[in-house]
Design a protein around this ligand. Structure first.
Ligand code: IPM
Ligand code: MG
Length: 388
């Protein structure tokens, strides 16, 4: 059917969409700044739904410290069941000093690990993109900050995070152990994703381990090396994690895709976020066999909560990633991302990204200005203005 017919049949639908796409999105705002940044992201998603004629249905559930307060459990069963049947999940942040004295298995962070485990989320994609208008924020020299676009693929369901944790008496006091384990299958499934990601980008994959010391790392390296034979288009290299940390600071532009274990990935992605200028800028996607989960990589920042100073960009870009990766809504994601870039280029900044000569705005105003920036390229609003 020709396009004009479609438009006539559904004149209210925006852009050139024909059918309303319905998506069920579970929201887990969590603690600290989580609820504030989530509000900004939901606002942006609502704009997007209106612009493109989609029907996003949001359902919010308790998670993290606030869920401990309400139910005694950081991951209540009602929250978990809602996540399992969602089309995608958006998560703000979990944790805070209020729950620091709670035993490890009942801490807000355990809710996050429990959720990752229960949903089988073994891939964690964390893009470290240094955005040109923000080069001045990077601790790197200007020439090193250029052309840095790294896709970190962090394994998320294994390693020392999920091994046995034990404390026992010792003549000196106590003895604590944390077990790190990987199986061939666990390395293969995450490496498979990383090879595919590299194939869709510049074709370079760096695998990071500590195989000069750790037996899990030796299995990791053997497995990734064997798989390289099936991916002739990918140039694979191996780095020890200590060297990787140094290379990320000295010459980050050499990297395209980096694949690494859960623990090393946790550490190196915070380093990567620092290169970008603020941890508040970095989104992430976690996926497995079911619905994917999207969250900024920063924490709950309890000292910033309730002051309208949080940076919602990591959360908003996580929502854009959800549109692209879970819903195949590429244009929608680009609409949001390009507006974020224009806003930064125009000098609108949250307190953590402010520079001389730019305008400092709070979390709420940043969200509002972003929606206004998106509206500036809205085809729907142009049609309304012209009376079409
Ligand atoms: C992250 C966080 C979590 C992790 C914590 C909160 C458990 O640091 O997502 O990077 O270590 O994975
Ligand atoms: Mg971390």
């Amino acid at each position: 059917m020709p396009d004009n017919k479609r438009t006539q049949r559904n004149p209210a639908s925006a852009r050139d969409k024909t059918m309303t796409i319905q998506k069920k999105i579970v929201l887990l705002p969590g603690d600290g700044i989580g609820p504030e940044i989530m509000r900004a992201a939901v606002r942006v998603l609502k704009e997007c739904a209106a612009e493109f004629g989609h029907d996003f249905q949001f359902a919010e559930f308790p998670f993290g410290g606030c869920a401990i307060d309400a139910t005694g459990d950081p991951l209540p069963s009602e929250t978990l069941s809602a996540c399992k049947t969602a089309d995608a999940i958006l998560l703000g942040a979990a944790g805070g000093p209020k729950w620091d004295s709670v035993p490890l298995p009942k801490r807000p962070e355990s809710g996050l690990l429990g959720l990752r485990k229960a949903l089988g989320l073994y891939i964690n994609l964390r893009p470290i993109d240094l955005r040109a208008p923000l080069y001045g924020l990077s601790p790197l020299r200007a020439d090193r900050a250029k052309d840095v676009h790294i896709d970190f693929v962090r394994e998320l369901a294994g390693d020392i995070y999920f091994g046995k944790h034990n404390v026992e008496p010792d003549p000196s006091g106590e003895r604590a152990t944390d077990e790190a384990a990987y199986t061939t299958a666990e390395v293969e499934r995450v490496a498979k994703y990383a090879f595919a990601r590299a194939e869709s980008r510049k074709g370079r994959l760096a695998s990071v381990d500590k195989s000069n010391v750790l037996t899990t790392s030796q299995l990791w390296r053997r497995t990734v090396t064997r798989m390289a034979a099936d991916h002739p288009n990918v140039k694979l290299e191996h780095l020890y994690v200590d060297n990787a940390a140094m290379q990320l600071v000295l010459a980050p532009a050499q990297f395209d895709v980096i694949v690494t274990s859960n623990m090393f990935g946790d550490i190196l992605t915070d380093l990567g976020a620092a290169l970008a200028g603020s941890i508040g800028l970095i989104p992430s996607m976690s996926c497995g066999p079911g619905p994917s989960l999207y969250e900024p990589i920063h924490g709950s920042a309890p000292t910033l909560a309730g002051k309208d100073v949080a940076n919602p960009v990591g959360m908003i870009l996580s929502a854009a990633m959800m549109l692209r990766e879970s819903f195949s809504m590429k244009r929608e994601a680009e609409w949001i991302e390009s507006a974020v870039d224009r806003l930064f280029a125009g000098g609108v900044r949250t307190p953590d990204t402010v520079e001389p000569g730019t305008t400092k705005v709070g979390c709420i105003e940043f969200g509002e200005r972003l929606c206004a920036e998106m509206a500036a390229t809205s085809q729907r609003q142009q049609r309304v203005k012209s009376g079409a």
